[in-house]
Design a protein around this ligand. Structure first.
Ligand code: MLT
Length: 256
């Protein structure tokens, strides 16, 4: 069973974090939305406090989605609004594909629907080797400042908090997530079939998944609202929490 945080009562909202992070990135939204909703934020496999995929099990995005559904079964949640950040967005789309009836609304934050190019896959395998040799610090060096809008202060509280999370992540968890992302399916054809209220949110200055990809995704989804957060990079929920809370509130008003 995935480890998770839970707060509040009411209609369910699930928040799925990205790579190589954990549920703590959603703390500002968890505490804000808990005033009106039952908010559930799991740690994806091998990240935060969740166990990695077991030896011999192939890490995959659909397997992560299955574990989130198992958690919802365990918690007695029939339907939820599901929002995912980046890799968590890949899981959100896979979950919608596997079990659309369990999803009341979709939130796609700083993410994309396409698969990796062969070059991007190759880079993931190189990174997985590097992390095996050097530990999670290699990721901090590789992507630390690029997670944020240009000009982030590496001495600032948010930067330090995020790099601390990455530095504490297990090598097995990082490698499993990299292999799962490298293997993921192109789900762009799913977008036109989305029938639930959808929020597509991006930082205007995202250096990892450019904001244009959110624009394209939102245009393909029939009932999508696109929100671009000025001054935010790949982590708008931490860089601009008040704007993201407001956008989630409007989205959830449409869902419930
Ligand atoms: C993430 O933030 O989850 C990752 O950067 C996504 C990715 O590497 O594709």
């Amino acid at each position: 069973m995935l480890a998770y945080a839970e707060a509040g009562e009411g209609p369910a909202v699930v928040l799925l974090h990205g790579f190589p992070l954990d549920r703590s990135i959603w703390e500002p939204q968890l505490s804000y939305l808990a005033g009106s909703y039952r908010v559930i934020a799991p740690d994806l496999p091998g990240l935060g406090k969740s166990e990695p995929f077991v030896e011999g099990e192939r890490p995959s995005i659909p397997a992560m989605a299955r574990l989130v559904l198992d958690l919802l079964d365990h918690l007695g949640v029939e339907q939820a609004a599901v929002a995912g950040h980046s890799m968590g967005g890949y899981v959100t789309l896979a979950l919608y594909k596997a079990a659309p009836d369990r999803v009341a609304g979709l939130g796609l934050v700083s993410t994309q629907a396409g698969a990796d190019t062969s070059e991007a896959r190759q880079t993931r395998f190189v990174t997985a080797e590097k992390v095996k040799e050097e530990g999670p610090g290699a990721l901090v060096a590789g992507m630390g400042t690029r997670l944020f809008a240009p000009g982030v202060d590496p001495e600032g509280e948010v930067y330090r908090r995020v790099t601390r999370v990455i530095g504490n992540t297990s090598v097995a968890g990082i490698r499993g997530a990299l292999f799962a992302m490298a293997d993921r399916e192109d789900l762009r054809s799913l977008l036109v079939q989305v029938k639930v209220p959808t929020l597509v949110l991006t930082g205007e200055e995202d250096q990892l998944i450019p904001a244009e990809r959110s624009q394209v995704m939102a245009a393909a989804i029939p009932a999508a609202v696109l929100v671009k957060v000025p001054g935010a990079g790949h982590l708008p929920m931490l860089e601009r929490p008040a704007e993201v809370n407001r956008a989630f509130e409007h989205w959830l008003d449409l869902v419930y």
